[in-house]
Ligand binder design. Structure first.
Ligand code: GLA
Length: 359
């Protein structure tokens, strides 16, 4: 967590609750380098944590309730620790109450102040970051140690049960178990993972398209159902178990065939990308990012015209020496660009949109 964010959380907490917080919990956001819409198909993904994230300043209180203030929105909530109910509408409160409901054991009365520097709706996992930061605050307040995988599962259940998004587990794992400056090759079937350092002569940047992901959870859930239908038709538990030859031979209905072709191809690209990362082959890595974007745009149909245009422009600048693609669930959001460090300045500050430097 950067010092500025911690200080901000501390100051805002004191202003709101009239006392100092006991500590500040933090969780980062994440950017996915490659492996999109494959986590809920038991696939492989290659995300990494970023510096920006969510801070939760906390202190125990004595009035028997959990009081929460979302400083960046100027909104509050209050509920009994042992009876968090699902709010009528999905909002940030859903995540707070969801994480309190998932907590294994008794939570004390608490005052919590949330602030962050992660843009919402830009495909950088602000909701998973909020969930993990809250769980870290609960762990600190109760003196509990939780392993990263259990933390990630609690956060995923909150998305499913309190926010109605049937998400996979990539974001939560990347945030709970990721390592700065390292990509994480995560197997979403057994949750085993390995960290790979980003070579020092590579730069990873995120460019915001300015199109925020709106009311598209229905589209996300529909993609998941289409993948499950394709797996059923192919007689397998998940698309992870399908080879491209089998898929081509199966003659699925067109829509399901497109979705499954993306998933099977994307899992193969992640394996290749992890190899390219280990051997420092940035040109190959870049080609895989380009292929991944085309597949998300044409086969999985989760991109957005503004994002496609930005990817094209950025790819034009990077040329054959790196790659650009949409990152996250899609329908707007951000573009990730990987290019030689010596050329990062051509993207940073070139006026294509707000740029975040990851490495
Ligand atoms: C969102 C979900 C993840 C994953 C990505 C797409 O970020 O939360 O589980 O499915 O979309 O790869």
């Amino acid at each position: 967590m950067n010092d500025g964010l911690a200080e901000k959380a501390r100051t805002l907490f004191a202003e709101k609750f009239g006392a100092q917080p006991e500590a500040i919990a933090f969780a980062p956001g994440r950017v996915n380098l490659i492996g999109e819409h494959v986590d809920y198909n038991d696939g492989l993904v290659l995300p990494m944590p970023i510096d920006a994230g969510t801070a939760v300043a906390w202190a125990r209180s004595d009035d028997g309730r959990i009081h929460v203030h979302a400083a960046d929105l100027g909104e509050g909530d209050s509920f009994e620790p042992d009876a968090p109910t699902k709010p009528g509408e999905v909002s940030w409160r859903s995540y707070v109450r969801g994480m309190a409901a998932q907590w294994d054991g008794e939570l004390p009365a608490l005052s919590l102040l949330i602030t962050g520097d992660l843009p919402r709706g830009s495909g950088l996992s602000s909701s998973a970051s909020l969930c993990i930061a809250l769980a870290r605050a609960f762990a600190a307040a109760t003196g509990t140690e939780i392993d990263p995988t259990s933390l990630a599962r609690q956060a995923q259940r909150t998305e499913h049960e309190f926010a109605g998004v049937a998400c996979g587990i990539m974001d939560q794992m990347a945030i709970a178990a990721g390592k700065p400056e390292h990509a994480m090759l995560l197997d979403c079937r057994d949750l085993s993972y390995e960290h790979f350092a980003i070579p020092s002569d590579w730069a990873v940047l995120i460019v915001d398209s300015g199109v925020t992901r709106g009311l598209v959870d229905g589209e996300y859930n529909a993609r998941r159902q289409q993948c499950e239908a394709a797996a059923r038709a192919l007689g397998v538990d998940s698309l992870r178990d399908v080879r491209m030859e089998k898929l081509v031979a199966a003659a699925l209905p067109q829509l399901e065939a497109r979705r499954a072709t993306h998933v099977v191809g994307e899992i193969a690209r992640v394996r290749e990308a992890a190899k390219a990362l280990q051997t420092g082959d940035l040109a190959r890595f870049g080609t895989l990012l380009q292929e991944g974007h085309a597949s998300l745009r044409d086969l999985f149909e989760v991109s957005h015209p503004v994002v496609d245009e930005l990817v094209e422009r950025l790819q034009g600048k990077v040329g054959a020496s790196g790659g650009a693609r949409m990152t996250g669930a899609g329908f707007g959001g951000s573009v990730v660009v990987v290019l030689p460090e010596s050329r990062a300045a051509e993207i940073d500050g070139a006026g294509d949109g707000k740029v975040l430097r990851v490495t």
